[in-house]
Design a protein around this ligand. Sequence first.
Ligand SMILES: Cc1cc2nc3c(=O)[nH]c(=O)nc-3n(C[C@H](O)[C@H](O)[C@H](O)COP(=O)(O)OP(=O)(O)OC[C@H]3O[C@@H](n4cnc5c(N)ncnc54)[C@H](O)[C@@H]3O)c2cc1C
Length: 471
Amino acid sequence: MADIVTKLKKSIGESALYLEPDNEDLGAYTNDWTKKFSGYTPLVLRPRTVSEVSKMVSLCNDLGVHLVPQGGNTGVVGGSTPRSGEVILSLSRLNNLGDYDPASATIVVEAGTVLTSVQEFSANKGMEFPIDLGARGQCQIGGMLATNAGGNRVLRYGMMREQVRGLEIVLADGTILSNLNRLRKDNSGIDLKQIFVGSEGILGVITRAVLQLSPAPEARRTALFAIKDRDMLPSILAAIRESLPGLSSLEVILQDVIELVIEKVECPDFPLPRHYPAYIIVEEETESGDVGHSRFIQRLEGLFESGLIADAVVAESVSQSERLWHFREATGEAIVLAGHTHKFDVTVPQGKIPIFLEEMEELAGILPGCRPLLFGHLGDGNIHVNFVQTSSIDDKSFLAAGQELSKSVYKILGMHQGSVSAEHGIGMLKREYLPYSKTLEEINLMRNLKATLDPNGILNPGVMLLDQNKY
Ligand SMILES: Cc1cc2nc3c(=O)[nH]c(=O)nc-3n(C[C@H](O)[C@H](O)[C@H](O)COP(=O)(O)OP(=O)(O)OC[C@H]3O[C@@H](n4cnc5c(N)ncnc54)[C@H](O)[C@@H]3O)c2cc1C
């Protein structure tokens, strides 16, 4: 390690580009948001320019030093923290954004830019960056691209993959692969940037991106529905899609989760009776003012007449809408406060959601002392499955059951042709379950790509892929 420090000082200068391991700030780099993943690092590299990233990565490659690219450290699958003494490459200082081109509605953003900065910049231009998620104040564009992050409006705008026009990557040997074009249409050969989106830092380090902005909608309207029959969720989904042409979010929260949120987190009064088995939040983009509001109401009335919705409340203002969204946004915090949890972020074909919910509840019945809490992005078939520890089981037994539980959940998903990771990626957490969503041929191709782009295996070793003989 002394070797790399000396060489870095010589080639980049002494200007505090790294932190020594005894620096008290190091915990922010070595522990992730979930507090489940942490590890030792001897060194944190903090480049300020793309050229510094390139020099650092190239030097690590020459010396065989393993690196963990790190953004805001809000990833929840253990891909952003060191496992066995890797050096951390923090992109936080690479945080310039700008160069707005109104004609194409695109901006150039450095990887370390935090999502809220992009959202604020876009709003100042009268535009919007449509990806939004709970970690917005901390997650960075590079990390969001590396995990192909989604969020609440995927239904209308897609994931990070859909927002990126151009990308710049530093490869493992330090080569800067730069294609910062602003083109929506570019069929000149293989779209290489998409290989790096969702690659979780194992193929290259994302340094800059050209992002597509969207026109800000005139207004967003929110309503909360009570559902009396969970089996009707696919029909409800179809009816809502048909009725609301500007549908931008469609979230489902089962009754137990609402109860937990009310119990654990400070909340406004829940505006509907609490005995229904499920609740849905819908958001539609509409015209502004009374016209938009009454059209939204008219369309909801049509839905009511279908008999699929038992009860509903419509937000009359932005603050009322925020109060409704609170019951969805506070789910993460409430579950953290509830205690140890086995968490699964999965996708199920929408038509299979009712049976999948039942199957998850049955699984919880097999593990004593386990409370199933289910919610998610209904429109995308993305269900967040949480098995929370209750007081009737001790920590050790509950935690020990995690692996068996994972196998059962992913086996069921495999049967439904779902995905073991909807949004969060594979990281360290889900590596052994990748074959439930990908064929061995696909996994081998991923491995070959990794070997081609990073022959010395210095970038995020161990993340996403297990060794060949482990599948
Ligand atoms: C409260 C909360 C809510 C969340 N909600 C959502 C949600 O709705 N939808 C969703 O998709 N995710 C969600 N997440 C997960 C997380 O925020 C996203 O995965 C986010 O995109 C990670 O960004 P980051 O900058 O924190 O990346 P990190 O956590 O730092 O890194 C994540 C992965 O990307 C790699 N990486 C980071 N930066 C780079 C780079 N520049 N180049 C190459 N690789 C890199 C890391 O090595 C790691 O493998 C949520 C997380 C929290 C804590």
